[in-house]
Write a protein that binds this ligand. Structure first.
Ligand code: ADP
Length: 467
């Protein structure tokens, strides 16, 4: 079953995450957003992912998959999951777990590499029995598919190069006839082999595509990526603009659009009251952060800024989940500076929407950022981003003081405390003028951040590969 009679194209999309079925981070949102938009463009997409358990399908049917003995028994159950459409779930030993990657302690499952090798080997056998026009792989979990599959043409998306799933070398001879391509400094690297073997490699932003080929941004894989430079491109992620729509968002206090920004104020008042951040006056301005708590996000650059907030003056409201040490330090800072800094620990979708809708500025001092979604979510809601000049932040946030068209936010040249503070000062000064502030907000809200534009680029890439 290759190209369909109607002239359409069939793509098998392989992923470890898909919102809302299995969500850990940006990968889930990216996979869901892209698949939905590709289908809207008429591309026939079969999504295949691990069966982590407890996923209900309508019209379900299952097939046994013929796999090598080391995989054990494997099957794929197919059906329809609401919101997501047709879905294929791989069942193999070790895949069904309460969390895709982590034990309850927060550490990775010790057999993670092996689990995804079984997944990938099963997917390869399934594809081989009924090849589509294009196979689209995502991140390391899916990389080993190419050890056991040489056709059809393949796209590898790199959502975050920091994760590679490297494990011991005994897998090289098992994962498939092309397993030797995954040899990496005496180990098995599920991503390095896919980088060598994929027909196209797509980073999730143009600037990230350039960064990953440098020693600073390559997480050890810059050399194999440089060897493939002709195959490497960048396509920016999008956001789901139906979910992220301030005009109809049920999760915020007051809906608004760019023609009437004064209606934003109720969100700001609600936020300040809810977080107990003092006066609901428009001064001092309110900045927000919505984040995972990891080194990547530059939380350690925010910490020393907190005691200085009173001098700017500025207030900062932060929502974050992840690293327990970082959370502990942020709780302490909030206790020391209650009038200027509020920290809510956890993953809270509804509060995140209110933070974007009610803040004046959005702070994102990432050390690296493959694409970044929250800066787009912020701009869609009229919160002006203050970011570092890394990865997709460069592609999405032109600086207001450098861009001839007026820019969309403020960019710190480097992920250093003084640069971030300087960018915050520039932002604070600019938004004091309501006219200039409104112009920045409206420009950010007017940009099309949807998946439509990136989905067109992916479809063009597929067509190019199919010829
Ligand atoms: P990453 O995938 O590296 O965490 P992204 O900016 O690409 O960062 O995507 C993060 C996604 O998760 C966004 O949709 C953001 O709104 C959401 N998010 C992150 N942290 C939280 C949180 N603590 N509470 C609610 N939503 C969050």
């Amino acid at each position: 079953m290759s190209t369909r009679d109607n002239g359409g194209m069939r793509v098998v999309f392989v992923t470890a995450e898909l919102a809302p079925v299995a969500t850990v981070g940006g990968l889930a949102a990216a996979a869901a957003g892209l698949v939905k938009e590709l289908r809207a463009l008429g591309v026939d997409v079969d999504v295949v992912m691990p069966d982590y358990g407890k996923i209900e399908l309508a019209d379900e049917h299952a097939v046994e998959i013929d796999v090598p003995a080391w995989v054990g028994t494997a099957s794929i159950r197919s059906g329809v999951h609401d919101d997501v459409g047709p879905l294929h779930l791989v069942r193999a030993a070790g895949l069904a777990r309460p969390h895709p990657y982590l034990q309850p302690s927060g550490e990775g499952w010790p057999d993670n590499a092996e689990r995804f090798f079984r997944f990938a080997r099963t997917v390869a056998a399934w594809i081989d029995a009924d090849p589509p026009d294009v196979v689209h792989l995502n991140d390391w979990h899916t990389g080993p598919v190419l050890a056991a599959l040489s056709a059809p043409p393949t796209v590898l998306s790199i959502h975050n190069l920091a994760y590679q799933g490297t494990t011991d070398a005994r897998w090289l001879t098992k994962i498939g006839p092309r397993g030797r391509h995954y040899e990496w400094w005496g180990a098995t690297n599920p991503l390095s082999g896919a980088i060598a073997l994929a027909d196209r490699i797509v980073a999730v932003s143009p600037n990230y595509a350039a960064e990953i080929m440098t020693p600073e941004g390559g997480f050890g894989l810059d050399e194999p990526l440089r060897h493939r430079w002709g195959a490497v491109t960048g396509i920016l992620n999008g956001i789901d603009t139906d979910v992220w729509n301030p005009a109809v968002d049920p999760l915020i206090a007051a809906p608004f659009d760019r023609r009437d920004l004064t209606r934003r104020d109720d969100n700001r008042i609600e936020l300040i009251n809810r977080l107990d951040l003092g006066s609901t006056d428009t001064s001092p301005p309110l900045a927000a952060v919505v984040t995972r708590l990891t080194d990547q996000k530059g939380i350690d650059l925010i910490e020393p800024i907190v005691p200085l907030l009173a001098d700017i003056p500025m207030r900062l409201a932060m929502l974050g989940s992840g690293d327990a040490d970082l959370a502990g330090r942020l709780h302490e800072l909030a206790a020391q500076h209650p009038e200027h800094f509020a920290f809510v620990e956890g993953y809270d979708e509804s509060l995140s929407h209110l933070l974007f809708a009610g803040s004046d500025l959005y702070l994102m001092p990432s050390r690296f950022e493959p694409c970044g979604l929250t800066q787009m979510q912020a701009m869609r809601y009229g919160s002006i981003p203050v970011v570092t000049a890394v990865g997709g932040l460069v592609d999405t946030v032109p600086d207001a003081d450098a861009d001839p068209r007026g820019g969309l936010g403020f960019v710190a040249a480097r992920a250093r405390g003084e640069d971030v503070l300087a960018a915050l000062f520039r932002a604070a000064r600019r938004i004091r003028d309501p006219r200039r502030r409104g112009a920045l907000q409206r420009r950010g809200m007017a940009v099309d951040w949807s998946w439509r534009v990136p989905a067109l680029s992916y479809r063009a890439l597929y067509r190019d590969l199919v010829g």
